[in-house]
Design a protein around this ligand. Structure first.
Ligand code: DC
Length: 223
């Protein structure tokens, strides 16, 4: 049997659309690696916060990016030898990541790392600009969307009952991040012209993955 092609698949979309769950499931199903590029921007935010660098201080961010040693070890994200996997998920780091990700100096610094990960294919990469900027030549591009309310409900479900922010706070956060991410000058959040958009508002993660797999399979085995 001929060996199957190792495709490069991108999944872009706004915060809370289910990209992470779906990307991991799709990667597992295909036996591919998975790259969460939001985590890289979050790592820069953690580094900036620790060093007291403001998100609009391009010179400081540029220096910071030169000294960042980032590695992905299985499910763990390691920054300069320290495991920051859990630290990157706080609401404060989410907002800060959105702010630093609007700075060209940061995007440029992370570009090489991301492209290197995609070089050999066999990768599902999730983010905001995977299909438009980082991997314009990707074999398959998806754009995953859902209503703000549905995305906020999914985030809320990740907290223990009675803990964490309210639904209204989460919605407000999501709107602000959507606004930041789609209105910035560089690599704004938008579907690539050749992306397939999937609205996951009324779909389960499994249904989304099934729909993606059906399309990907057609490419792997068109017969
Ligand atoms: O996907 P996420 O919520 O973990 O991403 C955190 C922030 O990083 C998000 O607000 C926008 C930014 N980001 C980006 O600009 N480009 C990417 N490819 C991924 C994330």
């Amino acid at each position: 049997m001929a060996s199957q092609p190792m495709l490069l698949i991108t999944i872009d979309g706004p915060a809370g659309a289910g990209k992470t769950t779906v990307s991991k499931m799709l990667a597992r199903e295909l036996g591919y690696r998975y790259l969460d590029t939001g985590a890289l921007y979050r790592a820069v935010a953690v580094g900036a916060r620790a060093a007291g660098i403001q998100p609009d201080d391009d010179r400081g961010l540029g220096e910071l990016c030169k000294t960042l040693r980032l590695s992905i070890e299985g499910d763990r994200l390691v920054l300069n030898g320290v495991d920051i996997t859990h630290r990157i998920r706080s609401p404060e780091i989410s907002m800060l990541a959105s702010a630093v990700s609007a700075r060209p100096v940061v995007r440029q610094a992370l570009l090489g790392f991301q492209r290197e990960m995609g070089r050999t294919g066999g990768l599902v990469a999730e983010g905001r600009d995977m299909g438009t900027v980082v991997f314009p030549e990707a074999d398959f591009k998806f754009f995953l969307d859902a209503t703000v309310r549905q995305r906020a409900l999914r985030r809320l479900a990740q907290y223990d009952k009675g803990e964490g922010p309210t639904l209204e706070q989460i919605e407000q956060d999501i709107r602000r991040r959507d606004q930041n991410d789609s209105s910035r000058d560089i690599a704004p959040l938008r579907p690539a012209d050749d992306a397939v958009t999937i609205d996951s508002t009324t779909m389960t993660a499994r249904q989304v993955v099934r729909s993606m797999m059906a399309r990907v399979r057609r490419m792997i085995d068109p017969a």
